[in-house]
Write a protein that binds this ligand. Structure first.
Ligand code: NBP
Length: 482
């Protein structure tokens, strides 16, 4: 056995991650169900050591693959999430020895990771659920890595993980976020935040174009300008790139020839489902997920467009272009603070529920590079948790308080303008509603409690004394302490 680690599953992600590992001086055994992928990798990049001393050991059968790795073995599975991952684990496990470490680096649902971890642990094996972010390019050049598993398993994997991950200011964008499902959970919420981020950007674009009348190339310039300030991020930069792109076939802006139905692979949905289970209001992520669903509901959209033509129902809203651009920037920033605050709340709640003890500041730190949501902004979040590890909500950290206070008038103006013009802003406006909901001293939830007690005797608590109460609504309306 010559390899220090193994990788099975050599589609785009596995192939690039294996190359990244070899480029960092590790000898890696490679395997794929269809041998052609293994052959192609080795034919293209050779099986001689790389300039850094790493090399590929190409294998055809799983038996050969397992035999090529030094014990205790560390084996990364990078195949399609769900049943294919279970199929690979099932084939692999009988070939392994006690103490070997099986790493699932695919986009597994964290509940699958919990189940697999239990199953493998009972067979004397270690199981690690490793969230890898950054897509194809990140896998090759340095992804953000969220490791979930035992301390021991992490210690074994650490040299490889820390060498292949992205680095920001000398700090690796990888960490042991917690045991069992913690890595995949944090990766899931990361993807949810990515949904919210993209939706907020898309709404901002729509407002600038439909209300202020800017052309896509002009909006690209606006995003470039924003990218020089506190909104600086990979997604803002990429938005300018996409908006400036012209379709070669028609000469039109690229964004005008793409069908306006956003697809999703499911991590946004998982994030929302988990948030519902945990009772955490992640309205930004939820609205972003539903907005994608709405965009794909062709029949309903066609029916509504026929009945409610956009010209008759919407008001013409006159805005001063420069002022409106600034207002949209402020609204985007404030709504983004809310979306991240909600995402971090969800990680805190998941961590509490499963006893993971996820370090929220560290989570912000490892998202600063290698992943799609990498942003300047994450430095602020890292600092917020560094100065106050038990922070109740990111919204109340001084830096964000100032940003939200300074931006709140603009935020309201943008939401109101969008509503008047008939330009939907589900994520920007729901974030404002969330913010207003949190900061109000009295919420109409009191009335809901009254209704619930009236129709269902669900009881209520009082503001002026302890206890649980019920009013005999159908009778003499006296109040009873329960
Ligand atoms: P895919 O998700 O497209 O999966 C293809 C790989 O799965 C191939 O190696 C294929 O083998 C293997 N596979 C399948 Br399908 N069924 C199998 C089975 N029953 N037994 C053994 N192998 C099987 O690859 P990917 O896009 O590279 O993604 C890999 C993982 O990384 C996924 O979980 C994905 O969600 C995650 N991820 C992807 C991205 C991204 O940007 N693409 C980002 C982050 C995470 P074959 O060659 O023999 O068909």
């Amino acid at each position: 056995a010559t390899a220090t680690i193994g990788m099975t599953g050599l589609a785009v992600m596995g192939r690039n991650l294996a190359r990244n590992i070899a480029n960092h001086g590790h000898t890696i055994a490679v395997h794929n169900r269809t041998t052609a992928r293994t052959t192609a990798l080795v034919e293209e990049f050779g099986d001689e050591p790389t300039e850094h001393g790493g090399a590929f050991v190409a294998t055809e059968s799983l038996e050969e693959f397992v035999a090529a790795i030094r014990r205790p073995r560390a084996i990364i599975i990078m195949v399609k999430a769900g049943e294919p991952t279970d199929a690979v684990i099932e084939e692999l496990v009988p070939l392994l020895d006690e103490g070997d470490i099986v790493v699932d680096a695919g986009n597994a649902h964290f509940t699958d990771t919990l189940r697999r971890q239990q199953a493998l642990e009972s067979q004397g094996l270690h199981f690690v659920g490793m969230g890898v972010s950054g897509g194809e390019e990140g896998a090759l050049k340095g992804p953000s890595i969220m490791v979930g598993g035992s301390e021991h398993a992490f210690e074994v994997l650490e040299p490889v993980v820390m060498s292949i991950t992205a680095q920001v200011d000398g700090t690796p964008c990888a960490a042991h976020v917690g045991p069992d499902g913690a890595g995949h959970f944090v990766k899931m919420v990361h993807n949810g935040i990515e949904y919210a981020d993209m939706q907020l950007i898309a709404e901002s674009y729509d407002l600038l174009r439909s209300v202020a009348g800017l052309e896509p190339a002009e909006i690209a310039d606006v995003f470039d300008e924003w990218n020089a300030g506190d909104l600086e991020s990979f997604l803002i930069e990429m938005t300018a790139d996409v908006l400036r792109h012209t379709d070669a076939a028609t000469g039109k802006p690229f964004v005008d020839v793409v069908r306006d139905a956003a697809e999703q692979k499911g991590t946004g949905r998982w994030t929302v489902q988990s948030a519902l289970d945990l009772g955490v209001p992640i309205t930004g992520i939820a609205e972003a997920t539903f907005a994608r669903s709405l965009s794909g509901h062709t029949a309903q959209r066609a029916a509504a467009q026929k009945m409610f033509s956009t010209t008759t129902e919407d008001q013409r809203v006159e805005v001063d272009r420069d002022t409106f651009v600034d207002q949209v920037r402020a609204a985007l920033y404030a709504a983004k603070v809310v979306a991240y605050a909600q995402g971090f709340d969800q990680i805190a709640a998941g961590s509490e529920e499963h006893g993971w003890e996820v370090d929220l500041g560290e989570t912000a730190t490892i998202w600063r590079g290698g992943c799609i949501i990498r942003a300047q902004f994450l430095d602020r979040i890292k600092e917020a948790y560094a100065s106050e590890p038990d922070l109740t909500t990111l919204l109340t950290t001084p830096y964000f308080v100032d940003a939200v206070k300074d931006g709140v008038d603009a935020w309201r103006e943008v939401v109101a303008t969008g509503a008047r013009a008939g330009v939907p802003t589900p994520a920007i406006s729901s974030s404002l509603a969330y913010f207003d909901g949190l900061r109000r001293t009295r919420l109409p939830a009191a009335l809901i409690q009254g209704l619930r007690d009236n129709f269902g005797a669900h009881t209520y608590e009082r503001t002026d004394r302890e206890g649980t109460f019920h009013t005999t609504w159908a009778g003499d309306r006296t109040e009873k302490e329960m």
